[in-house]
Design a protein around this ligand. Sequence first.
Ligand code: PLP
Length: 394
Amino acid sequence: MFETLQAQPADKILALVQMYREDPREMKIDLGVGVYKDATGLTPVMRAVKTAERQLWETQDSKVYTGLAGDPAFGDALVDLVLGDAVSRDTVAAAATPGGTGAVRQAFEMIQMARPDARVFVSDPTWPNHLSILNYLGMEIVPYRYFDAETRGVDFNGLIEDLKTARAGDVVLFHGCCHNPTGANLNPTEWDAVIDVLLQTGATPMIDIAYQGFGDGLDEDAAATRKLAAAVPECLIAASCSKNFGIYRERTGILMAVSADTLATGLNQSTLAFLNRQNFSFPPDHGARVVTMILKDDALRADWQAELEEVRTGMLGLRTQLAGELQRLSGSDRFGFLAQHRGMFSRLGTTPELVEKLRKDHAIYMVGDSRMNIAGLNPQTVPVLAQAIIDAGI
Ligand code: PLP
């Protein structure tokens, strides 16, 4: 029977990883795959994670099933980390999921269950997996303008104009911080205007927050999500622990549904548990438990925050260095956006041909849409990249 299946398109980023591995050139730079790397090119296990795992190994005496929504303590810890005291805890339903991707998937399914004809507005561009999952589920996608190809910032007027066409029963998907793939983000005043439009149209926001702590700080990166959740009657939040805890393969994420009243919270909570049951029953526990231990223990939390802050400021330093090198080499400020962008990614804003040229002539690997993983750089490779960008005529 399976001969009826059609070959699926290869993952472009994974194909790029393979090409990079096979490239024999000594000086080569991988800015492709979206994982954090330190200056030595390693994606380290964070100190607090190691300590918590050791403690867990010593103290855990059963691996019996948790609840369908995962360990409630994980839900409490993550609601606190993401939402702070923006909304009352009893208005938030939460369920652990396999990574942020699992949360995104469950969120889309919940939307589809509630409103089979909902349209989902997504930024143009967005994380490709958003589109691929929405397409897989057969949901209607409406792109909204986001990236300004000229300034490499947000096309704010275009965005507002497009969001005004949403209506009640539609969902608008936002990146809570550190937009992937562009690195361009709304400022607080712009978020306020977005909230006004959502309140006018009645559309429901969904926030995907996968990089909390990678941009301006843990609280700063959650500020838009918190403001939004407090202002609108309902929203969905898909959060990932993959990046900020460096536990990519543990598949640790959470879906939160914030509602106006506690009656709705009960309905949302049972829906989240139901959806988990249909798709995988119990969510993975190891990463969630480690995260909970870190967040609940003052010393572990302080150590985690300190290491996360090193990661964040390290990436900011690379951004500043790169923008500075390019200013020096080009004699202009046209690359200043690299220092303004936040998170792991920046969209250089050049053509696929020039991206290809960087790969062929300079062994610099980035995604075809010119998304660069800033964490793929180190202080020694920044000048090499800057020179290559200028040499390629970008
Ligand atoms: N959302 C966005 C925008 C992302 O970039 C990612 C990871 O690349 C995720 C969600 C989910 O990541 P994970 O499923 O690894 O937690």
